[in-house]
Design a protein around this ligand. Structure first.
Ligand SMILES: Nc1ncnc2c1ncn2[C@@H]1O[C@H](COP(=O)(O)OP(=O)(O)OP(=O)(O)O)[C@@H](O)[C@H]1O
Ligand SMILES: [Mg+2]
Length: 256
């Protein structure tokens, strides 16, 4: 069976994209799925949040567009073990910026990343997750187009609804004008803290996106601590509410 491709996207920075990518990926793996996380953000933080180093795997994945057996083997070498059963990663680093520029110059089609997945890594995985950078551009557009499902983390503690509207608009445009066949799984409210501002944001989200609003992830110090430990929430604090909340997200993905 072909892998289901999920992109975690929001052009707003610091809303929990990488936290969601890493913890969702690990939880799916803990539940027995074979998961590949691909870091398309030049900040390379998917790897560091797993306690690993950023590397130029994403650069080679994006720029080795030939299909000779040697090149396929070369790109597959950048699929790294994470030391966690069922979870592998193609790490990124600042060279991903160069890959984005090269793609632009080469005028690659919107289907480019989906084609690369077929070429290099699609077989053998149940889920492929893309973590993306807080910006718009050819890389994001092609990653979104490659995905069956999109999850949009949205911070409820500070105004990030404008960026959400733009990201949702990008999805609509991809569907209406570029033949994208995937769908939005949902908006994932993050940094939820029960304050009036958070609750107002949730109300706004629900009136605009109704059943597309997923169960929120509360603001929690343990999620911040995971960063410095290089651990996922399931390693650092498996009994925490944050772990429960990310498990609920993984269950929703598995059912989808
Ligand atoms: N629910 C949460 N509660 C508390 N801290 C959180 C939560 N989610 C993420 N964080 C912390 O907030 C910071 C930003 O999160 P993260 O890196 O996941 O966001 P991002 O959207 O990937 O950022 P960028 O746009 O820069 O890639 C990190 O330090 C992370 O540990
Ligand atoms: Mg990030």
């Amino acid at each position: 069976m072909a892998a289901k491709v999920i992109t975690i996207s929001n052009q707003k920075g610091g809303v929990g994209k990488t936290t969601t990518s890493v913890n969702l990926a690990h939880c799916l793996a803990l539940r027995g799925a074979q998961v590949l996380l691909i870091d398309l953000d030049p900040q390379g933080q998917s790897a560091t949040k797993l306690g690993m180093d950023g590397e130029m795997g994403a650069f080679y994945f994006l720029t080795t567009a030939q299909s000779s057996p040697a090149e396929v083997v070369f790109v597959k070498q950048w699929v790294r073990e994470t030391g966690r059963d069922g979870l592998k990663i193609i790490p990124g680093n600042s060279m991903t910026n160069s890959a984005q520029m090269i793609l632009g110059v080469q005028e690659r089609p919107v289907s480019y990343i989906r084609d690369l997945l077929k070429l290099f890594v699609r077989d053998g995985f149940d889920y492929i997750l893309f973590d993306t950078s807080p910006s718009v551009g050819g890389l994001q557009e092609r990653a979104l187009w490659a995905s069956d499902l999109v999850i949009i983390p949205t911070a409820t503690e500070f105004a990030s609804l404008d960026a959400l509207a733009k990201t949702a608009e990008t999805l609509r445009a991809l569907r209406d004008t570029k033949g994208w066949r995937g769908g939005m799984m949902g908006i994932l409210p993050t940094f939820f803290d029960g304050t009036r501002e958070s609750k107002n944001s949730m109300d706004d989200l629900q009136s605009e996106f109704s059943d597309k609003v997923l169960q929120p992830i509360h603001k929690a110090t343990v999620l911040r601590e995971c960063w410095s430990e290089g651990k996922t929430i399931f390693e650092h604090a498996p009994e925490s509410r944050s772990a429960e909340e990310y498990s609920a997200l993984a269950k929703a993905v598995l059912k989808y």
